[in-house]
Design a protein around this ligand. Structure first.
Ligand code: ING
Ligand code: ZN
Length: 283
């Protein structure tokens, strides 16, 4: 392997390669300090959006190893809760069988598999932007938290919610920075702050390669979608700094983003996070 461990951002990796790398980080960096405000990072809730786990693992690696003073300051000022692959069975299935699979993989008993794990959370569940057909890509499940992935993550978040002030989810694609909610066009109480911080953040993102993003609330700039993780976190615990990234690109390659774009996408996204949390700290 390379000097930074037997892992790289030159290709998209299988689940066990990601897990082995995560285990090696724990052995190589046992010094864990807690007590700062927490930032929760969600990657890979949708199986086919491979750029998401790739960017999240890159950011995790930089938080540990970067020499850049702004990245170091950010790394050490917060406690990080980072989950690169929220939907591991779906992710593996996209590597072995169907590259464009989105959902979980549990049999529904009605001939189709899985629920959309970003429609399965227990906040205004199944109110809009879903289909009751279990074969649909946006099937919300037969009840909230029917899926192991969302139920167990929600229980974990319940247990740490007092420690986190920010929840950031990574999807692809469209180059958007989304503000809650997805279930309705109701704006969150600090919408204006989030909009300003968001614009500052995407401006920082554009500096490196000129990549253009847009900021806005979900219903206004994409579509109604209830039962998402960010809606649940925001609606249940009122976590103040909540965003969802829709990473590169804008549709040329879509979900099949070439691996040569992993590092550039990750670098510009890290730039935007540094700017986001510098700006959020000033409020
Ligand atoms: N986009 C998200 C989706 O689940 C989203 C957008 C985010 C909706 C947060 C609701 C809440 O449809 C992709 N690309 O999956
Ligand atoms: Zn997605």
């Amino acid at each position: 392997g390379n000097v930074r461990g037997a892992f790289d951002w030159l290709g998209y990796h299988r689940l066990n390669t990601i897990y082995n790398w995560l285990d090696s980080l724990v052995t190589q960096h046992p010094e864990i300090v807690e007590g700062n405000p927490g930032i929760f990072i969600e990657g890979g809730i949708h199986a086919r959006e491979w750029i998401s786990p790739a960017v999240v693992t890159y950011i995790l690696n930089e938080l540990i190893l970067s020499d850049d003073s702004r990245v170091r300051y950010m790394a050490e000022s917060y406690d990080w809760y980072i989950f690169p692959v929220f939907n591991p069975d779906g992710y593996e299935y996209t590597h072995t069988t169907n590259r464009l699979w989105r959902k979980t993989r549990r049999p529904t008993g009605r001939g189709c598999y899985g629920a959309d794990p970003n429609r399965n959370w227990n906040f205004h569940w199944a109110e809009g932007g879903v289909s009751r057909n279990p074969c649909s890509e946006i099937y919300p499940g037969d009840r909230p938290f029917s899926e192991t992935e969302t139920r167990t993550m929600s229980q974990y978040i319940d247990s740490i919610q007092t420690k986190i002030f920010s929840y950031i989810a990574f999807h692809s694609y469209s180059q958007l920075l989304l503000i809650p909610y997805g279930y309705s066009n109701k704006r969150v109480s600090n919408y204006d702050d989030l909009f300003q911080i968001g614009n500052y953040s995407i401006n920082a993102l554009s500096q490196r390669y000129g990549t253009r993003y847009k900021v806005g609330n979900i219903v206004d700039i994409i579509y109604v979608a209830s039962g998402g993780s960010m809606d649940w976190v925001r609606g249940t615990y009122n976590i103040p700094v909540t965003y969802t990234y829709e990473l590169r690109d804008k549709g040329r390659y879509g979900f099949i983003l070439p691996a040569s774009q992993i590092i550039p996408t990750a670098k510009e996204t890290l730039d935007s996070l540094v700017a986001m949390f510098e700006q959020a700290a000033k409020r």
